[in-house]
Design a protein around this ligand. Structure first.
Ligand code: ADP
Ligand code: MG
Length: 679
């Protein structure tokens, strides 16, 4: 299957059918055979007609008498009788007039369908039928159900997959033979066939295991290879200056948590090492990652190195610049801190560039576009990537090229991923977890609110504002032209709040389509408490830190994913004031399991695990699309499989075998090594 065979070369697939397949993302034979079923119907047990019980059944019978007629306008009924021995059963199809001519009376068929009451008599309803054979695909087996599209049903997909069985069976092995043997894995060819046409549930399970193993093997191999490569790089060793750290801490308005201290200590150790640091700090929203990163930067600055701090949005970059400026001030390091973002005025921007070139600004804060900026980073010692999970090999190479050496890299994320999973996905990173929140934080009170009871919510919110607190109202859209029926837009809500319910309060509006500088101004005004209420889109989702805000209203909460909801909620409860979160439903229907889980749980790690359960294989807390990691079958909740695959990739590397001889694997591993969340 190495060569690309267009689907039209398969018997019975003309251009029209090929176009339908293209709609489900299948244009080559390889696409087709790797387009695994979404689910299966078990019609494998062939029952005698005398033994039929209500439910899904399969019989082997001869067709007698098949007739079709319209019972009324638009309602066609085909009826037939199927016989095995001296027993017979009625078959009924609705609105499938072709049935009557498609089936040959007297021939023996496999017939699979639901055996149930129809017009007071039992019958097999709308059954699939196919001439008796050694290899039925629609009946008398575990039947694959594919993703379908108008005009392309699973029946036809099965027929085409069956045509491709010769190429499926000729599939070459992609894993090293010794690994296949050691873990008693099915061959790739058998596994692919079994995914489409399993002989039994165990057969299917084994196939899933084999293909899942291969996927995770590739993933972990990519991570380990990245790690090995990093071990060949040498670093700018940055010494730890205890006195500097002590002084910094002495000026903090709070005491660091134990997790923060432990993490900072790990960063200092890494930065003193011979190889560049590549560490991910995972900490739930509000756990205090910014101060940790700032402390790491201190040591780099002290040695005269540059620090680049990259945030996902300009809004956040600006905010970080303010925070870090304030944190650095007591040490007199604040003059080294500078902002560099796209929306700055040309004059400001060239001033920023000049300050960097002159070595005056050495702590540069910007968006992820910073590595594309034409700034001299010959002295880059540390790169901090906020709200990012992974910095792919390509990005690392770019950095290295730019700096002339590999700087230390610190990534930070508030998307908590269960540890075993994190190790698989980010195997090349060292991981620190900030689990505990600062003391004195009260758990946020979350109450799902139906559209009929918003008034009570507004009253509670207004009481908070009365006490001097502030509130966010988040909407899924900017304006009504993006219209989804029943979905609130920020502009509409802003109008309603500022002219209606909250006309006695100061209400601001913030959304992604505004100019960068305008956004910054609004945010600045909100931080300075010139607004009581900020109506916003999800531009404020990540990172924004306004400790005085205690109320978060999320309109059309059902439109958001669990991770996003948790991030939004994390905008409040960032001080010792009690925080409140009100997810407002789009309609008065009962809330989903997802929302109820959100209401009950304040812990990001717990929610991540729940999300994994709720959304099943491949879904990791909204972090990755299947496409990016290329996972079709692996269940990332299958810790045993993951451990085996990881162990094997370690063994593979130790074996010294070259990846080149496994071209399929090599190609995938190369792709995965470059995976990054940037861009
Ligand atoms: P995140 O981990 O979400 O990036 P931040 O770094 O923005 O969180 O910190 C959230 C808030 O908590 C900030 O206002 C910060 O000043 C404060 N904070 C950080 N560490 C502590 C601590 N140890 N005790 C009290 N407040 C803290
Ligand atoms: Mg943050």
């Amino acid at each position: 299957m190495e060569e690309i065979i267009p689907l039209t070369s398969v018997k019975g697939v003309g251009p029209a059918v090929a176009r339908l397949f293209a709609m489900i993302g299948v244009s080559t034979v390889e696409d087709l055979v790797l387009n695994f079923p979404r689910r299966y119907d078990d019609y494998s047990v062939v029952t005698k007609i005398t033994e039929l019980r209500p439910g899904p059944v399969t019989i082997r019978g001869q067709i007698e008498k098949i007739t079709g007629r319209y019972v009324r306008r638009g309602m066609h009924v085909t009826e037939a009788v199927a016989r095995d021995g001296d027993q017979s059963v009625r078959l009924v199809w609705f609105n499938q007039p072709y049935r009557a001519t498609a089936m040959k009376p007297g021939a023996t068929y496999f017939i699979s369908g639901l055996f149930e009451l129809s017009f007071q008599k039992f019958a097999i309803m709308n059954p699939s039928t196919e001439l008796e054979s050694d290899f039925p695909v629609n009946t008398a087996r575990i039947v694959p159900i594919y993703r379908e599209t108008k005009g392309l049903k699973s029946t036809q997909i099965r027929r085409v997959v069956k045509e491709c069985l010769p190429s499926i069976r000729a599939t070459t092995e992609t894993l090293p033979h010794w690994i296949v043997e050691k873990h008693g894995l099915m061959s790739r060819a058998e596994a692919i066939e079994a995914m489409h046409f399993p002989n039994s549930p165990t057969h299917l399970e084994e196939a899933t295991k084999r293909l899942g193993f291969e996927e995770v093997f590739g993933l972990t191999l990519a991570a380990l290879l990245n790690k090995h490569e990093a071990m060949t790089e040498s670093s700018l060793q940055i010494p730890f200056v205890a006195q500097l750290a002590t002084e910094f801490v002495s000026h903090l308005p709070f005491t660091l948590t134990d997790d923060q201290k432990r993490t900072i200590w790990q960063l200092y150790k890494d930065m003193q090492g011979k190889h560049p640091m590549n560490r991910l700090v995972e900490g739930d929203v509000g756990s205090g990652k910014t101060v940790v990163a700032t402390m790491a930067s201190l040591m780099a600055l002290e040695q005269g190195y540059q620090v680049a701090f990259m945030a996902p949005t300009e809004l956040l970059a600006r905010q970080h610049a303010d925070t870090i400026y304030a944190l650095m001030k007591p040490l007199g390091y604040e003059s080294q801190v500078g902002l560099l973002v796209g929306s700055m005025k040309p004059s400001q921007k060239s001033a920023a560039h000049a300050a960097i070139a002159a070595g005056q600004t050495r702590f540069i804060i910007g968006t992820h576009a910073l590595i594309q900026e034409k700034v001299d980073m010959q002295k880059l010692g540390l790169v901090i990537i906020d709200e990012q999970h992974r910095f792919g090999v390509e990005q690392r190479k770019k950095l290295q090229a730019k700096a002339g050496h590999m700087p230390h890299v610190l990534s930070m994320t508030a998307t908590p991923i269960p540890r075993s999973l994190a190790l698989t996905l980010y195997g090349e990173l060292d991981i620190s977890i900030i689990g505990a929140k600062p003391v004195g934080r009260l758990p946020i009170i979350t109450s799902i609110t139906s559209p009929n009871s918003v008034e009570a919510m507004y009253q509670a919110a207004d009481a908070q504002i009365e006490q001097g607190r502030q509130m966010f109202i988040v909407c899924p859209l900017v304006n009504d032209s993006e219209a989804m029926v029943g979905t609130k837009s920020a502009e509409e809500v802003f109008k309603k709040m500022s002219q209606g319910r909250f006309k006695h309060r100061r209400v601001g509006l913030l959304h992604g389509q505004m100019k960068g500088a305008d956004k910054a101004k609004i945010m600045e005004d909100f931080v300075a408490h010139r607004y009581d209420i900020l109506v916003a889109t999800t531009v404020i989702e990540v990172g924004v830190d306004v400790p005085n805000a205690t109320v978060m209203i999320i309109e059309n909460a059902d439109r958001f994913g669990l991770a996003q909801l948790h991030q939004l909620r994390g905008r409040v409860g960032r001080s010792s004031h009690q925080g409140y979160c009100y997810p407002v439903l789009s309609d008065s229907k009962a809330p989903s399991r997802r929302l109820k889980a959100f209401e009950r749980n304040n812990d990001g790690f717990k929610l991540a695990e729940l999300d994994l359960e709720l959304r099943g294989p491949g879904a990791i807390y909204g972090t990755f699309q299947h496409g990016q990691l290329d996972l079709r079958v692996a269940k990332l909740s299958d810790t045993k499989l993951i451990a085996q695959a990881r162990q094997s990739s370690q063994e593979f590397i130790e074996s010294g075998e070259s990846l080149v001889q496994y071209s399929y694997l090599a190609e995938r591993v190369t792709k995965l090594r470059a995976v990054t969340n940037l861009n």
